[in-house]
Design a protein around this ligand. Structure first.
Ligand SMILES: O=C(O)CCC(=O)C(=O)O
Length: 270
């Protein structure tokens, strides 16, 4: 380490293709990509998966396809995190609970303990999510190696208030699992950069790639620093995107332009 303020983390994002309605194929693909990530010469500290990777958007059959209580997913992800000592942001899955199916992201610490679960708050009507899924009712806060972070899922990034709330609660990193399709690549990149710049935090966004029916997903997973610079960005193909980040940059940027001190919420916050 160059100085004792550095707080470096290696990140690997699993930009995977997802087969709609085929959980077995998706579990196998995720397991293969996880092992590939763990075997990288520069072993990652954090691995991130995309949204709804177990079922894709097979919403008509989601009740039968979703993982009951997420138990299969949790046991696989927890075992991986513990075995390799890697913090895992396990994307999100279709998770079946008594009341219905949720789009839920799990976070496992390096000991394999589930340290956060976040169910997507904003359901995306353009893809009929609200007809088949239930919305979560709490923001996604978590800790990564003692640092505060947040999780939002896909469409959530259109809601700047949520990212701001997470930042105000101390998040230095925002993780975003997604299944964001063409033709809105411009929205994806711009919104992610905006969330990073306005909140002066790292944004680590893992999108799926490939095609389901007539919807094509463009990948372009991204790691963006608190100054809004793109640290890494994937293309449209299935790949593992890696990046090194230094969390000390968050404090540097926040000291340079003290947005959090200068805000005047009494004039414009609800
Ligand atoms: O907001 C968008 O354009 C895409 C959102 C989306 O695909 C999702 O939330 O699943």
């Amino acid at each position: 380490m160059a100085n004792d303020k550095e707080r470096r983390l290696k990140i690997a994002l699993l930009q995977m293709d997802v087969r709609a309605g085929e959980p077995e194929a998706n579990f196998a693909k995720l397991a293969a990509m996880l092992e590939e990530a763990a075997a990288l010469p520069d072993k990652p500290d954090i691995v991130v998966a995309p949204e709804m990777w177990n079922t894709g958007y097979a919403l008509e059959r989601i009740g039968e396809l979703a993982d009951p209580e997420g138990s299969r997913t949790k046991s696989i992800l927890s075992a991986f995190a513990r075995k390799h000592g890697i913090h895992l942001i396990g994307g999100s899955i279709a998770e079946k609970r008594e009341r219905g199916v949720y789009n839920t992201a799990y976070s496992f610490d390096r000991q394999g303990r589930l340290n956060a679960a976040y169910s997507k708050i904003h359901l995306f009507r353009l893809m009929d999510e609200e007809k088949h899924l239930l919305a979560g009712d709490a923001p996604g806060r978590l800790a990564v190696d003692g640092e505060t972070a947040g999780m939002m899922i896909c469409y959530d990034i259109r809601f700047p208030e949520l990212a701001r709330k997470l930042a105000l609660d101390g998040a230095k990193v925002l993780f975003v699992p997604a299944e964001w399709p063409h033709p809105r690549l411009h929205h994806w990149r711009t919104l992610l950069m905006a969330r990073a710049i306005e909140n002066q935090m790292f944004v680590i966004a893992c999108n799926r790639c490939g095609t389901s029916g007539d919807t094509s997903f463009f990948g372009h997973s991204m790691v963006i620093d608190p100054w809004g610079e793109i640290v890494a960005e994937a293309g449209e193909e299935e790949t593992m995107l890696t990046a090194d980040i230094d969390l000390a940059l968050v404090d540097e940027v926040r000291a340079r332009i003290p947005v959090f001190e200068d805000r005047r919420p009494s004039l414009y916050a609800d």
